[in-house]
Design a protein around this ligand. Sequence first.
Ligand SMILES: [Zn+2]
Length: 523
Amino acid sequence: MPASALIDSVEQALRPLTYARNVAWWDSQVDASDENERRRAEFELAYSDALSDRKLFAAVEGSRSAAAAPVVGRQLDLLSNLMLPHQVPDALRARIVELESAVEVRFSRHRGVVAGAEVNDNEIKRILRLSDDPAERREAWEAAKTVGASVADDVRQLARLRNEAARALGYRDWFALSLATDELDEGKLMTTLADADRVTAEPFARWKGALDERLALRFGCATAELRPWHYADPFFQETPVEGSVDLDPLFAGKDIVSLSRRTFDGIGLEVEGILDRSDLFPRPGKCQHAFCIDVDRSGDVRVLANVVENHDWADTMLHELGHGVYDLGFEESLPWTLRSTHLVATEASALLFGSLAGAREWLERVLRIGAAEGAELESRLRAARVAEIIVFTRWVLVMNAFERALYADPDGDLDSTWWELVARSQLLAPPDGRRAPDWAAKIHVAVAPVYYHTYLYGAIVALQLKSALDAAVGGIVDRPEAGAFLATRLYAPGQSVRWDHLVEQASGSPLSVDSLAREVAAA
Ligand SMILES: [Zn+2]
């Protein structure tokens, strides 16, 4: 069969299944009922079954070397990457899918308990941001970890099963397989992470030293007595108020959704259709996180969020819509297979827009704070931006090293490994005598495995894009030229260009920590 006919037949098989799976996923996230969960698992399995088709995979592999046109070769590469992880024995594949679904549903239903009452993630975060009572903070922090104890055995089992699958395909472990099918070079990743460690270690230690002084003052203890619950979120992955600028008061009473709409209107990118299809506010039984999903690669793009009136959710809405405008931006003529994004490129777009919620120009023009207030905030916002990127970078170092350890040995002493990594990279003092699978409370370990480094790559690329936009059109806010720049250079090509080449083409330079080093040095 000629390669183009082969691609057509793969598309005919995958397209309806992809759509059905996406709709079922969406339904299960907006309403975690047993019925929705059953349907989600069913469609996930049907999709996975199609990707596991051995004859089809062999045909794709066989055509790759012979593909004449680059557009055909590129589609075959992507199909091969998509299908490869599914070329494992059916029984093993089914066990992985079932276990993933079971763990995920436990995450969406689980609620921690504080002061005898069930609390959701927003409530836990609120306590960790605002409470001055160390005992209450500790209880909230511990409540955030209880989900870990309930899923840890299953997450270890998932890692074992994923490794078994990866080895059956000739890879060292699931970590190595994931990087390969994401078109990420492991050597380049390790070098980049080591570079990121090097450029952030000293600024982070200095920044955290100052933060600890302030926290010790606030909680009336010595800095040596600070423990993880003294920081402002369960994993110290975000900048605490003490190390940043508390922008929440500026967002009180504001309509976060209209502000998001207004942001994209200002640069000529349409989001109304996305907002119409979205599910944006908190409700019991609904996924507590946020995501954007391209349901059909033809305009049905939706966001799930749990918007409350604060800076965090303004950032998140802009972030998710930053994914959404990408999904709506593929060139019309692109074939279905290429109407998709690489994780790094789409995260870069999302992070670029999310960061606007903490940028002076956006606060003045979109949130409409006064110019004097903007000027007063400027240097603190810059410091906060640097704090955010160093805190985040240190957290990604933990996640990446942890997942490498998890897949290297799922039976290892992961509880200790976790706290060693947290102490080393985040400079947090582990709670005295704690023995608990705190690593398993991070949902990504279970359901978005070997993914976190793409956030760091995305953050680095977002900085590169920001520099390119500053140079080309003077910024982002209210500049339709900025929207056009992103639309043409980043969004339109879809995956017709490999992600690393796309980054270079869009930002003018290959991915490197130079942009990160520059940003951090500006502190
Ligand atoms: Zn994202």
